[in-house]
Design a binder for this molecule. Sequence first.
Ligand SMILES: C[S@@+](CC[C@H](N)C(=O)[O-])C[C@H]1O[C@@H](n2cnc3c(N)ncnc32)[C@H](O)[C@@H]1O
Length: 331
Amino acid sequence: MKDDQDHHHQQHHHPFHHRRFWKLSGNYLRNPKPAAYLILLILTYALGYFTASPSLSSNQITTTAATSSSTPTVSTTLTTCNCPPAASPPILDKNNDHNRFGPECANPIPPELTRSTILNRVFNGTSPYDNFPPPHLANLLLPKRVKGWGSNGAVFENLINKVRPKVIIEVGTFLGASATHMAGLTRQLGLDTQILCLDDFRGWLGFRDRTEYVPIQNGDVLLMAQFLQNVVYYNATESILPIPFSTGSTLQKLCEMGVMADLIEVDAGHDFHSAWSDINWAHKLLRPGGVMFGHDYHTKYDNRGVRRAVDLFAKVHGFKVKVDGQHWVIE
Ligand SMILES: C[S@@+](CC[C@H](N)C(=O)[O-])C[C@H]1O[C@@H](n2cnc3c(N)ncnc32)[C@H](O)[C@@H]1O
């Protein structure tokens, strides 16, 4: 009973009450134009709906633009849906821009030509040790001022014994603690090894807070001069040469020049991006059978930036990372 009453009540208030409907219909029949428009509109909509391309989902928008009748029609599809995201280039793909570092290097020059090539190309045929130290620096330098981090670790001896390198490249040298240590080790083995030390000899902002005495003159920190002095002190001027520029530009140039090494130590910038760039460029300079290694595999700096770079590099190229004390090694 309650249902009937409600039904009646609802009918009474319905906008299309039957009496009104017939009145309206009568009007349309007497004046057919609006009815025809309405029917045409419904048919157009239905036609569009049924002929729409089935490959387009409801949340893709296609816009078509023709600039003139003679130019081809340009069609763009904008996706505004929750579809799975388009696949991004895989990070482990060797051909991904992130993993590509320049073209192939030039043909390797013979190891015996390494020293003369660097002297000619970097120092215009002079030696950085000629007439060293100049009078204006002599009073500022200590006879020996060495400071390093893990610079005498067992890894140096292990790898030098194993590889017996003719050329070593050190990426990040500072005052030459590890370079002079390696020079001593190669000498003990009777090897005639050239060690190229890549460093801009600027250190890093704030390093003087943590490193006692490094001379400074007119705002210029004299890291390179003190490094040269240390090499002189250790009697290693015939086996060690600095290359005082940024690691990225230098590694790239050595690659162009075909200067290669049997052993490469990477120990410059310790944030992920610096380490990533240095490791990738350095590896291009490794001779077949050579070994690349570096310090600070365990350091927490930049959320373990060095380790992330080393591990990613190994993954991209299918290498294994070995750990020797604080150092990582890729053979
Ligand atoms: C940790 S120290 C190297 C220590 C050295 N291997 C040792 O054990 O005695 C890092 C060195 O890398 C250098 N360095 C950092 N980023 C560099 C860059 N982009 N170009 C050139 N040198 C850089 C700094 O000037 C600094 O002397």
